[in-house]
Design a protein around this ligand. Structure first.
Ligand code: CUA
Length: 313
């Protein structure tokens, strides 16, 4: 059965996904067939055997024990059967394959912080090499989050004070998506990440050289892309009108900001860099209620964000 034709599930992009899909569609069609059949038979009986004028109820003396046993035992057998195939797939997909690449995931309100084996970190975007087993080692810095990739058919809670792991092998090149599937505060719905499944060669080059400006984007456009990708836009408005939870960034460049210390700061390269690296160093008056997380950005990426801020006039 072709899931894309039925259109219920997103594209299956991991080695474990087809087995889950088969089980899902089996249960789905099994339920559809029996729901329709039982409803149709019930409706027919209601009409065919309805009470007519002059009908007298008859005593039922037929012994139905065999029939009772039959329709009790058969459903009881179906349940362990479903458990067996579900548990088999679960176990198959929970075993970490040899040579898996270990990715460290730290969840926090409201971003996904990924760390590659060589120590390179990135927020809300992760690259995986195709046909290579991956092991995610996940923890939370604050509240319970849940790491969910629909294209891989996998989800696992990410809990403070506990490491949870998730393992899979991506099998299709392209883009998949991470959602947070546990309500974790006001910007829960913005806690998203993009998964790029690339060739092994592209992955190796990427973790060696780090993220680079895409050729088709200007410096400021790359900055804007990083701004949204890192989830900054979830909190910071840029239109000068909307009252956002964090300082509105329209006209931010060379603005004088009043801080909680009653000092003023002139917004320049140094202030922007400090605010990204150490968000709590200088807090703008009136914005102490929501603490900005520390972002994993390279110097080159911060340059791009500065270029983008200069365009927010
Ligand atoms: Cu993190 Cu919802």
């Amino acid at each position: 059965m072709n899931p894309e034709f039925i259109g219920q599930l997103p594209k299956a992009m991991s080695s474990g996904a087809p087995a889950y899909d088969d089980l899902y569609y089996f249960i789905y069609w099994f339920s559809v067939v029996f729901t329709v059949a039982i409803t149709a038979v019930s409706a027919y009986f209601i009409v065919r055997y309805r009470r007519k004028p002059g009908d007298q109820p008859e005593k039922t003396l037929v012994d139905m024990t065999k029939l009772e046993i039959f329709w009790t035992v058969v459903p009881i057998l179906i349940v362990p059967f479903l458990f067996h195939i579900g548990f088999k797939d679960f176990v198959t997909n929970a075993v970490v394959a040899d040579g898996a690449i270990e990715i460290r995931v730290r969840a926090k309100q409201w971003l996904w912080d990924f760390e590659y084996p060589n120590g390179m970190r990135e927020n809300n975007v992760i690259k995986f090499p195709i046909d290579t087993p991956i092991k995610m080692v996940m923890s939370s810095d604050d509240v319970i989050h849940s790491f969910y990739i629909p294209e891989f058919r996998l989800k696992k809670d990410v809990v403070p004070g506990l490491y949870s792991t998730l393992t899979f092998t991506p099998t299709v090149l392209g883009e998949a998506h991470v959602f947070c599937a546990e309500f974790c505060g006001t910007s829960h719905s913005g806690m998203l990440a993009t998964v790029n499944i690339v060739s092994r060669a592209e992955y190796d080059a990427y973790i060696k050289e780090g993220p680079k400006k895409p050729d088709d984007l200007s410096e400021a456009q790359w900055g804007e892309k990083l701004f949204t990708q890192n989830g900054c836009s979830v909190c910071h408005s840029r239109d000068g009108v909307t009252k956002s939870q964090c300082p509105n960034l329209k006209g931010i460049w060379h603005r004088d900001e009043l801080l909680t210390t009653n000092a003023t700061v002139h917004v320049d390269e140094n202030y922007v860099q400090e605010s990204i690296r150490k968000p709590q160093a200088k807090i703008v008056m009136g914005y102490t209620n929501l603490l900005m997380p520390t972002f994993a950005l390279t110097d080159r990426q911060i340059d791009a964000i500065i270029a983008y801020f200069k365009t927010l006039q």
